[in-house]
Design a protein around this ligand. Structure first.
Ligand SMILES: [Mg+2]
Length: 276
């Protein structure tokens, strides 16, 4: 478990160590860039975050890649900049370089999705506060507003009902169950596929920076090597990430600092060494 905290100074130091001349920022959204809200629809995207991300994306040496469990349409609504690369539904759908594409498992999930929805249809009535989010290539069963005394029963019922549906798996997330194709993609696929698209356009060496806050991001942390991997939030949670950041606010502050530095060193590099 890492106890090293990530700062702009550490980014400078690592960039010198790797002789980095470009950076790809793989960023989870909820709990990483944005504070967790009572529901996925209730998040707010601070204006200064948009300014900083846009500024970074316009730098010739930086790329933004958003990797989320949200649908691609949802990500587009929150972050409409077409310069950002994006992967939605934990690697099921992609946008990069003006192209969109699907992971091979996504059409398979579409075939079983009506059965899954039918199977779960009565749950919101049975468990007041439960909310099913249909993300087309996966489903999220949110139970943060369900009485905690009912969580274990809900888990049992969910698993029992879905046991008859083939080619799906249930992943635990933050007060939510993710129902996804099995076998299916992970955030490791998302990072690798987008990195393969993005990196040929950048000056070498490129240093990927991967940030995330929950279990699904652990897959992303192992996706490419070398990479700077940063776990956001909960200090007690074990992580494969090399570094930690305390909160989404600190992530946003870092992105702002980096985007200002990137702007200042527009035609050179972020690394002070490269800039004399
Ligand atoms: Mg997250």
């Amino acid at each position: 478990m890492s106890e090293h905290y990530f700062t702009l100074a550490r980014l400078y130091s690592l960039s010198r160590q790797f002789h980095a001349r470009s950076w790809v920022w793989f960023l989870d959204i909820d709990g990483t860039l944005l504070d967790i809200a009572p529901s996925p629809l209730a998040v707010t995207v601070p204006d200064d975050l948009i300014v900083s991300l846009n500024r970074l994306a316009e730098s010739p040496r930086h790329r933004i890649a958003l990797i989320s469990g949200r649908s691609l349409a949802d990500i587009d609504q929150l972050f409409p900049n077409p310069l950002f690369s994006k992967s939605g539904n934990h690697g099921a759908e992609y946008y990069c370089n003006n192209k969109t594409w699907l992971h091979y498992s996504s059409r398979r999930f579409l075939a079983v999705r009506p059965r899954v929805l039918d199977t779960l249809a009565s749950l919101p009535e049975q468990f007041p506060g439960l909310f099913i989010e249909d993300k087309q290539y996966s489903l999220s069963v949110h139970y943060r507003h369900v009485n905690s005394s009912q969580h274990a029963l809900l888990s049992t019922i969910l698993r029992t009902r879905l046991s008859s549906v083939e080619s799906i798996t249930i992943h635990p997330a933050k007060l939510c169950w993710e129902i996804r194709p099995d076998p299916g993609p992970t955030k490791a696929d998302a990072v690798q596929r987008l990195y393969n698209q993005i990196s040929p356009q950048l000056p070498k060496p490129t240093l990927p920076v991967i940030m995330g806050d929950d279990r699904t991001d652990e897959d992303a942390f192992g996706a490419v090597n070398p990479a700077v991997t940063i776990h956001v939030g909960n200090h007690n949670r074990p992580t494969q990430a090399l570094y930690r950041i305390n909160s989404p606010q600190q992530v946003r502050d870092l992105i702002t600092d980096v985007s200002r530095a990137a702007c200042f060193f527009a035609e050179a590099s972020l690394s002070p060494e490269d800039n004399g």
